[in-house]
Each structure stands twice: as structure tokens, then as C-alpha cells.
Design a protein around this ligand. Structure first.
Ligand SMILES: [Zn+2]
Length: 641
């Protein structure tokens, strides 16, 4: 009784229990406090469970509307709190939130199982599915029905009672282990600081990089020193330019060895737990390995198809990388270095080689890649391609001062959605870049609810006298994430489970990678590659150099990427649940594929958050898979002008 009273009381002040008043349906971030999450999750679960019970226990015969549609529209409060919580858990987290995540994870896992292991509910879904030809459904409705039926089967609806209990237990433990993995990576990222107090150690670093490091030190109360971290925006320029080989090595090793240091944040044991549980789950559901289970729901379908696909491109990639390594070694030899090329030399010498081959210096490009201009560039491109219009929104609720909001509308002024951008690294943000929905697009009762989409990155920060100036990789990443944002924004679906990026995982990288194709097109560059001081368009000669250098270092890039895809597949095709030595497993996997020692796999196991913490398990190949599709798609744009 007491608990109910407290929850009842809190409802008056808990923003999740009120209708959002923002015109676009944005959550009132400034009012949301950590203490609001748990009561809202609890109430959200309770309300959805009541909806589910009502659907499952109906006396009348199942119809698409009273079962599938009702199911898909259920859980409004839960979606409301979960989307805010998990967006912020990635982009603006804190210790309290990670505690809440650990507490809430088993509750959500159990709730999900209570839906998908509900026999009566599955009975209704099955009746509809078996008779689907006679239901007169639209293609969209048919797809939704098939998706639900498949989800029920894949969630264990066909298992016996004992197996269901085992599965529930696996799901709970798996949820916690995956959270722990991501949390360890974040904690280890934040824990590392390389402080330099002697300027000679900075030899080779461009002024902009020194200045950023000096400001980082100042922010950490170490004025007069230089601070480097394992954030890419901080350490990649060191790898590219520092003449200090020891420094390069130290930073690269610190980055790749995160969560692999034998302390309480070490992920090797966590990987063991995750892999055992995933394998156990797959086998319980009748699949040989977790890759077989996961891939059954994708375009690729089987591990064999993925391995065959990767094998066809692995050999050419690694051969190209070997040629590149030989060229870099030659350069080192010419400098009289008498040292073998190591991973921490690759960026440095490839940067030099790029300069000597194409007279292209990435530092010289950066003034033309002011973040705001690049963002305007993707906006303008989407105007040209899809007729979209943008308006900066000044008074939107935001969760951090770095966040900016834009209204996106159609050529005729119809609202398409809202875009949030959040581009700079900070302690509460996970590494990498991503797109997320803050609210979903769907149609109900004649209203087309337009989505709120978030693009998050960890790009080079502005300094006291310079705006944020991006490197080429960052420009590409911004275009990439904007492709996901467009996918989320332009969607026109009736049902929330089908809208936006809710597509097959090896398709989802197509819209994002298509956008990457545009960023170095001179026609597009002319619109955004403007000098941050003078506004001058990048000289044609410089653009030509970018075009010429187009495939430079691609052996490295592809080898790094494909080795991670193969490592992912090797983990997920483990057939038994005995203990593995993660380090030995990784080494054996890399040796088997024929990895060269001068390159480190893009993600070593203990930091492979895509695969062990996120949704890309047995799916890292998707980037390469979609690259084949996006090359076709881009060609279609070109052919039609
Ligand atoms: Zn992507």
C-alpha cells in the first residue's frame, strides 16, 4: 500500500506521467531527473502487462486489429521512458544511471518474456498467421503479422515449460552481462589520461592538436600541460603526426587494451559469460550456434553465406594491405630508421606517404571542414535530393548544451520530423557515432506522428580560437550518420515496429553508406567545403587531390574492418559452452584468417561493443554487405543525374 501511495504522489511531478507539451512531442529533458526513471519503468511495465492480458484473454476470435495492431500500439508509457533513458544512457550517462540500468535490465527482460512466452497470446497470433491469406491484409499489415509470428517463435514461444524457464533465466543474465560489457568500456575510456608536461614530447603535432590537448588539460585542472585520451578525436592525430614513437605506441595500446588489463573492468570474463549464454540460447531454440540463430533473421541467412562473402574480399584486401605495408616500410628505411613497421607506425607513415604521393595533407583540409558547414552540406544535399527544408529550433528541450535541434519539413512545408545533433565527446558519452530515435514515427487515429531523431558523434571539439574542424574520417562519419537520420526521418509507416530503421540488420547500413558516397563529390563539396575564416570554397586543385587520393590506404581500412567481421563470426560460431581463453581465441582467429602483424583488428574483443554490448553480434559484416548494395544504389543516382 505504501509503495502505491508514494508512486501515486510522485506521479504529480514525474514528467513521464504527463503528456509532453512540446509542439513536436519532445521530452522535457530539463525536468527529467534520475529518480523519475524507476517509477516510470515500473508503471510502464504494469500498464503494458495489463494491455497484454486484455488482448490475450479476449473471449472473441482474434482479428488483426484486436491482436496484432493492439499489441503494436501497446506500452506507450514504457516506450516513452525507455527511449529517453536509453538515449541518455548512451549519450549522457552517469553513475546513478548505470545503477538504474543494471536494476531495470532484468525487469525489462522478464517483461519481454512475459509477452513473448504468453501461450494464450501466441495462440491468437498463430491463428492469424496460419490463416493470413484470408484476412485481406495490406502488405504492411501482412509484414507486421509475419514479424510478430517470427518474433514469438524466435523468443521461444514454441518451447516447453521447462525450456521456457531456462530461457527466461538466460535472457536476464545476458542482459546484465551485455550492459556490464559496455559499462566497462566506457569506464576504461574515461579512466585513461596521458598527461604531458614537456613540450618536446609533442614534436610533429600540428598547432591545432596541441591546442586541443592543452585545453583538455586545462579543463582537467592541469593548466600548462597537455592531455590526451583514448577518444579518437584526441589520439588519432597523435598517431598521424607525432614523431614520438613511444607516445604513439602508448596511446594506441591504451586504446586497444581497454577492458583488457586484468582489473575489475576487464571484459574477458564478461565475454565468456555472454558467449556461453548466447550459444546456450541458440541451441535451446534449435540452432547449432548463435550465429545460425541470429543470421536466420537477416538477408544473409546463414554463417556459411557470411563467411563465403567475407572470404571473397578478404584476400584482395589483405594483399593490398601487404603492398601498402611494404611501401611504408620503404619509407621508414629511407629515413634510416632500422625498425620494422609496427601498428603504431602505420598512421604516421601513411600520412607522410599521402603527402608525398598526392601532396595531400589532412591538416591543410581541416580549415575547409568546419563542423557547422559540413552539417549544412548534408542538409543542402538532402534538400537537393529529397526536397527537405530545415529550420533551427531555439527553444527545444535539450539534454546537454552541445545539443542543437532542427525542424525538418517537406518541400510543401509538411512536418517531416525533428533532428537533434550532439557532436562532441564527453565523459558521459560512449565512443563512436550513432543515430537513435527519441520518438518513433507511426500513424494512429488519423494522426501521422512524426519522429524525433538524434545524431550523436564524438568529433573534434572547438578550441578557444577555432571552431570544430573535422578530419576526413569525421566528415564521412557525419554523412554516414545523417543517412541513418534520413532513414528515420523520411519513414511513412502505420506501425511503430516497422517504421524507420526497424529493418533487417544487414540492410540498415545501406541508407547511411549511400550518403558517404556523396561527401567527396566535387559538386557537393562546393556547397560545404568552405574555409572557416574566409568562406572561400576549397580550391579545385585541393579537391582534385582528394579525388586522386581516393583509394589511398584502402588495404588497411578494409583489412581492419574485415578482420573484425571475421572475429565476430568466429565468436558466434562457437559450438559448445566450455570456458574459452579470450586472448588465445582472438589470436587463433586472427592467425587463421591470415591477419598481418602491422595492423590491429579494428576492435579487439574486449572493446568490441558493437558485438558484445550492442546489436551487431554476428552482424559486423553488415557494413561490408551494405557497401555492395550502396555502390549499386549510388550508381543509380548517378545514372539518373
Ligand atoms: Zn551506420
Amino acid at each position: 500500500m505504501t509503495a502505491l501511495t508514494i508512486a501515486g504522489c510522485a506521479k504529480n511531478v514525474n514528467p513521464f506521467f504527463k503528456t509532453y507539451t512540446n509542439k513536436y512531442g519532445a521530452p522535457p529533458f530539463e525536468q527529467i531527473k534520475n529518480e523519475h526513471y524507476k517509477p516510470a519503468f515500473a508503471e510502464g511495465v504494469k500498464l503494458q502487462q495489463a494491455e497484454i492480458d486484455a488482448i490475450a484473454n479476449r473471449a472473441d476470435a482474434p482479428t488483426f486489429a484486436n491482436t496484432i495492431e493492439a499489441l503494436d500500439y501497446s506500452g506507450e508509457l514504457l516506450k516513452k521512458v525507455a527511449s529517453v533513458f536509453f538515449n541518455l544512457y548512451s549519450a549522457e550517462t552517469n553513475e546513478e544511471m548505470s545503477k538504474i540500468a543494471t536494476e531495470i535490465s532484468p525487469i525489462l527482460s522478464e517483461h519481454n518474456d512475459n509477452i513473448f512466452l504468453n501461450d494464450k497470446l501466441f495462440g491468437r497470433v498463430k491463428i492469424l498467421f496460419d490463416g493470413r491469406e484470408k484476412l485481406g491484409l495490406t502488405p504492411e499489415q501482412n509484414r507486421l503479422l509475419e514479424k510478430y509470428h517470427r518474433n514469438f517463435i524466435r523468443s521461444g514461444a514454441g518451447l516447453n515449460a521447462d525450456q521456457k524457464l531456462t530461457l527466461r533465466d538466460i535472457n536476464k543474465r545476458l542482459g546484465i552481462a551485455e550492459l556490464t560489457f559496455g559499462q566497462n568500456v566506457l569506464d576504461e575510456t574515461n579512466a585513461f589520461q596521458k598527461v604531458i608536461d614537456n613540450e618536446t614530447a609533442l614534436l610533429g603535432l600540428p598547432e591545432s592538436v596541441r591546442q586541443a590537448a592543452a585545453e583538455a588539460a586545462k579543463e582537467a585542472n592541469m593548466e600548462g600541460k597537455w592531455l590526451f585520451t583514448t577518444q579518437k578525436a584526441s589520439f588519432i592525430p597523435v598517431l598521424q603526426y607525432s614523431q614520438n614513437r613511444e607516445l604513439r605506441k602508448e596511446l594506441l595500446m591504451a586504446y586497444t587494451m581497454r577492458a583488457n588489463n586484468g582489473n575489475d573492468k576487464d571484459n574477458k570474463a564478461v565475454i565468456n559469460t555472454i558467449m556461453k549464454l548466447r550459444t546456450q540460447k541458440a541451441q535451446l531454440l534449435g540452432f547449432e550456434t548463435s550465429a545460425h540463430f541470429i543470421l536466420d533473421d537477416t538477408m544473409a541467412k546463414t554463417p556459411k553465406a557470411v563467411y563465403d562473402f567475407l572470404a571473397a574480399i578478404w584476400a584482395p584486401a589483405v594483399n593490398k594491405a601487404k603492398e601498402e605495408a611494404a611501401e611504408l616500410q620503404k619509407m621508414m628505411d629511407a629515413e634510416g630508421k632500422n625498425q620494422g613497421l609496427e601498428p603504431w607506425d602505420w598512421w604516421y607513415y601513411s600520412e607522410k606517404l599521402r603527402k608525398s604521393k598526392f601532396d595531400l595533407d589532412e591538416e591543410a583540409l581541416k580549415p575547409y571542414f568546419k563542423l557547422e558547414n559540413v552539417r549544412q552540406g548534408v542538409f543542402d544535399l538532402s534538400t537537393k535530393l529529397y526536397g527537405l527544408k530545415y529550420k533551427k529550433l531555439e527553444n527545444m528541450p535539450i539534454y546537454h548544451q552541445d545539443v542543437e535541434a532542427f525542424e525538418v519539413s517537406d518541400a510543401d512545408g509538411t512536418l517531416i520530423g525533428v533532428l537533434y545533433t550532439d557532436y562532441f565527446p564527453r565523459a558521459g558519452k560512449r565512443a563512436g557515432a550513432w543515430m537513435n530515435n527519441i520518438t518513433d514515427q507511426y500513424k494512429k487515429d488519423g494522426i501521422n506522428h512524426r519522429p524525433i531523431i538524434c545524431n550523436v558523434g564524438n568529433f573534434t571539439k572547438p578550441t578557444a580560437d577555432k571552431p570544430s574542424l573535422l578530419n576526413m574520417d569525421e566528415v564521412e562519419t557525419l554523412f554516414h550518420e545523417y543517412g541513418h537520420a534520413l532513414h528515420g526521418l523520411l519513414t511513412q509507416c502505420t506501425y511503430p515496429s516497422l517504421s524507420g530503421t526497424n529493418v533487417s540488420r544487414d540492410f540498415v547500413e545501406l541508407p547511411s553508406q549511400v550518403m558517404e558516397n556523396w561527401c567527396w563529390e566535387p559538386e557537393v563539396m562546393k556547397t560545404y567545403a568552405l574555409h572557416y575564416k574566409t568562406g572561400e570554397v576549397m580550391p579545385k586543385a585541393l579537391m582534385d587531390k582528394i579525388q586522386l587520393a581516393g583509394t589511398f590506404n584502402q588495404g588497411f581500412v578494409n583489412t581492419e574492418l574485415l578482420s573484425a567481421s571475421l572475429l565476430d563470426m568466429d565468436f558466434h560460431t562457437i559450438k559448445d559452452t566450455t570456458d574459452i581463453d579470450v586472448a588465445a581465441f582472438e589470436n587463433a582467429s586472427l592467425a587463421r584468417m591470415g591477419m598481418i602483424p602491422e595492423i590491429i583488428v579494428r576492435y579487439r574483443s574486449t572493446i568490441f561493443n558493437h558485438v558484445f554490448g550492442g546489436g551487431y553480434s554476428a552482424g559486423y559484416y553488415s557494413y561490408t554487405w551494405a557497401a555492395v548494395l550502396d555502390a549499386d544504389a549510388f550508381q543509380a543516382f548517378k545514372e539518373t543525374g
